[in-house]
Design a protein around this ligand. Sequence first.
Ligand SMILES: Nc1ncnc2c1ncn2[C@@H]1O[C@H](COP(=O)(O)OP(=O)(O)OP(=O)(O)O)[C@@H](O)[C@H]1O
Ligand SMILES: [Mg+2]
Length: 459
Amino acid sequence: MINKITLKLGLWFFFVMIMIEVCLFFVLHTGLVESRVEEELQALLARGNSHREVLEDSYNKETLHHIALMELKANTEVIITDHEQRMIISSSKVDSEEQKVVSKKLRNVPRNGKILERRWENEPYIATVSPYLTSGHQSGYVYMFKSTDQIQGLISKLNEHFLFAAALTMALLIVTVLFLSKALTTPLIQMKRATEKLSKGDFSVRLPGRGEDELGELSRSITVLAQDLKHLKEERNEFLSSISHELRTPLTYIKGYADVARRKNITEKERGQYLNIIYEESEKLSTMMEDLFNLAKLDRNAFVIDLTRIELSSYITAICKKMLPAFQEKKMNLECEGSEHIEVMIDPLRFEQILINLLDNAIKYSAPHTKTSIWAEREKGKVLISIKDEGTGIPKEDIPFIFDRFYRVDKSRSRNLGGTGLGLSIVKELVEAHGGQIEIKSERQKGTLFLIWLEEAIE
Ligand SMILES: Nc1ncnc2c1ncn2[C@@H]1O[C@H](COP(=O)(O)OP(=O)(O)OP(=O)(O)O)[C@@H](O)[C@H]1O
Ligand SMILES: [Mg+2]
């Protein structure tokens, strides 16, 4: 089946090429015919002139006969007249058309002769005339005639050649057009089908790689788009299932404890305990909701990052002061280093959230009497903030997923510590919203190092 675009492109191409071809053929044909006729006329004139030379050399009866005889054998004809255009001799019988030409009054014929009849298409002859003047004062004209049948035959042969060439090029053109338009439009049509499949939710499209041109790029972009969409869809499904899973646990607790707390045969103290659990679980739920809400906002880029120039060492010291009690409670050390004066453009509130999330993890996943440090420095033309703990570390195989939503290394342990696995994904989104990057280096039982790269504020 021929596609619409193939047909359209093919027809356009075909018509343009035909137009060009017709013009070219026309110009070539007229040029060839004209030069061919001109050649014939000049040859005829030259022949007349050469007879004239002979005549002027020795004008006598014999020469006249000789010239007539010569022309009898050739496919041209000669008529020699005196100066009053009265015929002296002719190579063959003079017909009425020739008579008409000879009887036309001649005026100012140049020495080298002139062309009398050049209309080869309508007249039976082309004709030239050359004047002669002998030393014996005999003068007159040498008329030369050539039948146009011959020229017409020649031209019609030329036309045949042209027709053949035209038919050949037409056939070649059709083949080329068919091939070219197919070759040009096939990738387009494949891509159209691929995008149709995509819009129907079928992400299994694979387009063949097509070189380095724009079409190749487009086809690669579509393949990448399909993969991205597939990934997004899977991610969304995973996200929905993990969200419902995460909600189920606290809700089960709340429901269960609320049920127990309703009973009449329990002490006030017990009821208080149960209500506490319910309160804690609801608290967890609302933090989770808050986190999810923030993540959704970050995803939509609806999060307003209000950049201010901040001096890092004093900013970090202030956060350390805030977090110190939490570390002390778990008998851990918190060290803030770095006295370099470094300024960055950050949103102080959002950035605090980043650091607190990371420090909170350090507390949660480290044993008592270990040390956590945080410091800022200049490194490779950027600003580097490092947070290092001596905690449990993260297994190598978990590191690639550590920034994913709800991802926790040890699910039950983290849950007991109150974690939902959203902290690091928020950290990553926030760092990126600041135009920075975050890296992680971790070794089991040794500790974890988070590296945050930012641009230094220009003076
Ligand atoms: N400093 C760390 N040392 C060891 N493991 C860590 C550290 N930070 C994060 N992890 C691991 O990465 C997981 C994901 O961390 P993340 O901060 O995203 O979630 P969370 O702390 O469990 O919950 P949330 O931060 O949402 O309260 C954690 O469950 C933990 O297993
Ligand atoms: Mg956390």
